[in-house]
Design a protein around this ligand. Structure first.
Ligand code: CU
Length: 374
C-alpha cells in the first residue's frame, strides 16, 4: 500500500504537465507588462522602408516575424486639402498622406519606427504627430512640431503589441481642430510570433482592412446650408462653434460618404478570415457586422490579452483602435457599421462587404417566400 502511494506522488508532476499542455493559456508564457523591453542597438539595426498605402488597404507585411527587430522607416506627408466628404459638402481636410484616415502602419513588437513627418511649404499650419503606441514626449508630439517648409525625423520603439491611434496634436484648441479635420490614423504592432486565438493557438488572417470612423462638424450658414472656406484657418472660428455642440454633422467611414459601399464595397470569399482594424480618434463608436459576428475581438486593441470570442457588437472607445477577426461562412452582402443605426444610416458610418462563395443551407434556408397571409 505504501509502495502504491509513492508511485502516485511521482506521477503527479507528469499529470500536471499533461493537463497544462492540453489547455494552453495565451497568458502563461507571457512576461509581466512591467518587464523591461529587450534592449537592441537601435542605431545599428537593419532599416526597412515601409511603403504607405491608402486605407482600407494595409502595407505589405509579414504576420509572423522570424527576424530580429528592425527599424521601420515611415514617411508621412502632411496635406491640407479641400475634400468633398458628401455631395456638395466641402471641408478643408488636414491629412496624413492625403487620406482620412491616414495610412495604417504595420510593425512587430519591439521593432523601431523611424518616422519622418514632412510639412510642405504649400501648407499653412504647424503640424506634428502623437503616437499612442509610443512612450514619452507626448507620444512624439512634443518633438515633432513642423511649420510649413519643415520636416522632422524621430524614432520610437513599439513596445506594446496591439492597434493604436496616431494623430496630430499641435497644442490647445488646435488638437481637436486638426483631429476632427481628419488628421489621424493607426498603427498595428503585431506580436513577433503573430496573432493568437482565444486558446493561444496561432491565427492567420487572409485579408485585412483598415476602416476608421471620422466625426465631422461642418459649419452651416443661417439657412442651414453647409459653409465652405478659402483656407483651413478661415473656417476654424465657425468650426470651433460647431465642435462645441458635440453634435457631428457627419460620421463617415474612411473620410467620405459611401467610401466603402456599393461599387466601393470590400471583397472577401467564404472561408476567408478577415481582420478588421477600426479606429476612432475622437469619439466612441460601436461596431457590428450585419449577418456575421466577430469570432475574435482584441478589446481595447491589445494583442497582449486573449481575444474575446463571438461578439455581436464591440466598442471602440474614442482615441483607440480595435482589431476584430471574422471567418466568413456564407456569401452575400454584409454591412459593417456603427450600430447606433441613426449614426450609420443618417450620418454615414457604414461600409459593405461583398462575399463570394457557396450558400450554406444548414446555416440559413428560406422555407417559404413572403406570401399573403391565408
Ligand atoms: Cu495637424
Amino acid at each position: 500500500m505504501k509502495y502504491k502511494t509513492i508511485n502516485y506522488v511521482l506521477l503527479l508532476p507528469v499529470l500536471i504537465g499533461i493537463l497544462t499542455s492540453c489547455n494552453p493559456s495565451p497568458n502563461n508564457t507571457k512576461e509581466s507588462v512591467f518587464a523591461e523591453a529587450p534592449l537592441f542597438d537601435a542605431d545599428n539595426l537593419k532599416h526597412v522602408e515601409q511603403e504607405m498605402v491608402s486605407p482600407p488597404a494595409l502595407p505589405k507585411h509579414e504576420q509572423v516575424s522570424e527576424r530580429d527587430p528592425i527599424v521601420v522607416e515611415v514617411t508621412l506627408f502632411v496635406e491640407e486639402k479641400e475634400m468633398e466628404i458628401a455631395p456638395g459638402v466641402k471641408t478643408w481636410a488636414l491629412t496624413f498622406n492625403g487620406t482620412v484616415p491616414g495610412p495604417l502602419i504595420v510593425v512587430h513588437q519591439n521593432d523601431y519606427v523611424e518616422l519622418t513627418l514632412i510639412n510642405a511649404a504649400t501648407n499653412t499650419m504647424v503640424h506634428n504627430i502623437d503616437f499612442h503606441a509610443a512612450t514619452g514626449a507626448m507620444g512624439g508630439g512634443d518633438i515633432s512640431n513642423v511649420a510649413p517648409g519643415q520636416q522632422v525625423t524621430f524614432r520610437f520603439k513599439a513596445t506594446k503589441a496591439g492597434v493604436f491611434v496616431y494623430h496630430c496634436a499641435p497644442g490647445g484648441i488646435m488638437v481637436p481642430l486638426h483631429v476632427v479635420s481628419g488628421m489621424n490614423g493607426a498603427i498595428m504592432v503585431l506580436p513577433r510570433d503573430g496573432l493568437k486565438d482565444e486558446l493561444g493557438n496561432p491565427v492567420h488572417y487572409d485579408k485585412a482592412f483598415y476602416i476608421a470612423e471620422q466625426d465631422f462638424y461642418i459649419p452651416k450658414d443661417e439657412n442651414g446650408n453647409y459653409k465652405a472656406y478659402d483656407s483651413p484657418a478661415e473656417g476654424f472660428p465657425d468650426l470651433i462653434t460647431s465642435m462645441k455642440t458635440l453634435l457631428p454633422t457627419h460620421l463617415l467611414f474612411n473620410g467620405k460618404m459611401n467610401a466603402l459601399t456599393g461599387n466601393n464595397a470590400l471583397k472577401a470569399k467564404v472561408g476567408e478570415k478577415v481582420l478588421f482594424i477600426t479606429s476612432q480618434a475622437n469619439r466612441d463608436t460601436r461596431i457590428h457586422l450585419i449577418g456575421g459576428h466577430a469570432d475574435l475581438v482584441w478589446m481595447g486593441g491589445s494583442f497582449n490579452d486573449a481575444p474575446a470570442t463571438n461578439y455581436e457588437s464591440w466598442s471602440v472607445v474614442g482615441g483607440s483602435a480595435v482589431a476584430a477577426l471574422y471567418q466568413f461562412r456564407q456569401p452575400g452582402t454584409y454591412t459593417y457599421l456603427n450600430h447606433n443605426l441613426i449614426e450609420a444610416i443618417l450620418f454615414g458610418a457604414m461600409a459593405q462587404l461583398e462575399v463570394e462563395g457557396d450558400w450554406n443551407d444548414d446555416l440559413m434556408k428560406l422555407i417559404k417566400e413572403p406570401e399573403a397571409i391565408p
